[in-house]
Design a protein around this ligand. Structure first.
Ligand code: PMP
Ligand code: GLN
Length: 380
């Protein structure tokens, strides 16, 4: 059978490829982004309780009211923004799904979407699956800042949306308030929609803080903000997330969502409402900052070069310029096979597979996992 390809990506997503290669070679998997430690006990208990207590049937299409209200309360407390839990929040099976659904809600054939690269690997296929055209704009290495003049140049009357991501995967860069003001200035007077991927909003280190699009009164009016519980509660396999958008945008989102997933895992929604109300033993940014610092300290003893420590997310970029000059995909395969540590080559985050000889380590791991990985890398 000859089925149509709906997007330009070839082969299988890099996260699946590298995790499979890690398993095949018994390597330590610092490639795909997922924690390797247990979730909060209270959270797993709440999931079991919800199932035992009979909360096992379809939840309302937009998500359980109790969960949506807890999310609104959390945003009020953490960002001092008022969100209408009924009209502006939709619970989704993860953020990847929410991004796809938001694109599908707004895009028509021939529309253009600006994507800042390197970019999470689902954005471009999701845009193309909707018949729209990707307009890539490169972030500026080594700190991966936005060059606003280039974004402005990329805009045309057909620009329908811009997708942004802070804290950023794979670079660990974060946006300042000034970045949001720059974005507001260039979209002012247009009907461009912003997709703001904020899945790592709670993973910001040191004295810095995350600025949400929801805090920007002007941009908030034309934005979908997308979140993942997996990155907050270390439970990526639950595939739970949500979309926050103004009422008209939320209606458009639900118009698609009702015929895609329709609704999301009920016991998980109860468990997440519980943990939002009660909190975890330790906040995730403190846990992850310890891991980032531990990893940065260890990696000094290897020939990798760290140009900029991650300011957020759970990823650290590293250059292997002092090791060899292989293409990054080849380097990542070689490192997995020969040294037993799997990573992600950064060319996979570019439409044209631009190769800056950088790889991404995920440090959201037990300290002993990071110790063992770096022990192996010391042999380089
Ligand atoms: N956006 C970014 C930037 C990510 O790194 C990820 C990876 N988890 C997602 C979205 C998707 O999150 P989820 O697992 O909830 O679909
Ligand atoms: N977000 C994770 C990463 O960047 C993985 C998600 C996935 O496997 N699709 O590693």
């Amino acid at each position: 059978m000859d089925f149509p390809s709906k997007h330009s990506a070839t082969g299988t997503t890099i996260f699946t490829v590298m995790s499979a290669l890690a398993t095949e070679h018994n390597a330590i998997n610092l490639s795909q982004g997922f924690p390797d430690f247990h979730i909060d006990e209270d959270l797993s208990q709440a999931l079991g309780d919800a199932a035992k207590n009979g909360f096992n049937q379809y939840a309302p299409m937009a998500g359980l009211p109790v969960l949506r209200h807890e999310i609104a309360a959390s945003f009020k407390k953490r960002y001092n923004v008022a969100i209408d839990a009924d009209a502006e929040i939709t619970i989704t099976p993860g953020a990847t799904y929410a991004i796809y659904t938001a694109f599908t809600a707004i895009l028509s054939a021939g529309d253009e979407v600006i994507v800042l690269e390197p970019a999470y690997d689902s954005y471009i296929p999701n845009i193309e699956m909707n018949g729209a055209k990707v307009v890539p704009v490169a972030l500026q290495a080594p700190a991966f800042e936005v060059d606003w003049s280039r974004v402005k140049e990329a805009m045309t009357p057909r620009t329908k949306a811009i997708i942004v991501n802070t804290p950023h995967n794979p670079t660990g860069a974060i946006w300042t308030k000034a970045d949001w003001d720059e974005l507001a200035a260039i979209v002012r007077g247009t009907d461009i929609t912003i997709l703001s991927d904020e899945v790592y909003e709670q993973l910001v280190f040191g004295d810095e803080r995350h600025y949400s699009v929801l805090e920007h009164a002007e941009l908030r009016e034309c934005s979908f903000a997308l979140y993942s519980f997996g990155k907050v509660y270390n439970n990526t396999g639950w595939k739970m997330g949500y979309c926050i958008a103004p009422p008209a945008y939320t209606q458009a989102f639900r118009r698609i969502h009702q015929f895609l997933a329709f609704t999301v895992n009920t016991p998980a929604q109860y468990a997440l409402a519980h943990i939002l109300a009660h909190g975890t033993a330790e906040p995730v940014h403190a846990v992850m900052q310890r891991k980032r610092d531990h990893f940065l300290n260890l990696i000094k003893d290897t020939p990798f070069t760290i140009h900029t420590p991650a300011r957020g997310s759970y990823f650290q970029l590293a250059s292997y310029e002092r090791i060899n000059d292989m293409p990054d995909m080849e380097f990542a395969r070689w490192l997995t096979k020969e040294y037993g540590v799997a990573t992600i080559p950064i060319s996979s985050f570019y439409h044209d597979k631009k190769d800056d000889k950088l790889i991404r380590f995920c440090f959201a791991k037990k300290e002993e996992t990071l110790d063992e990985a770096v022990n192996r890398l010391r042999k380089l």
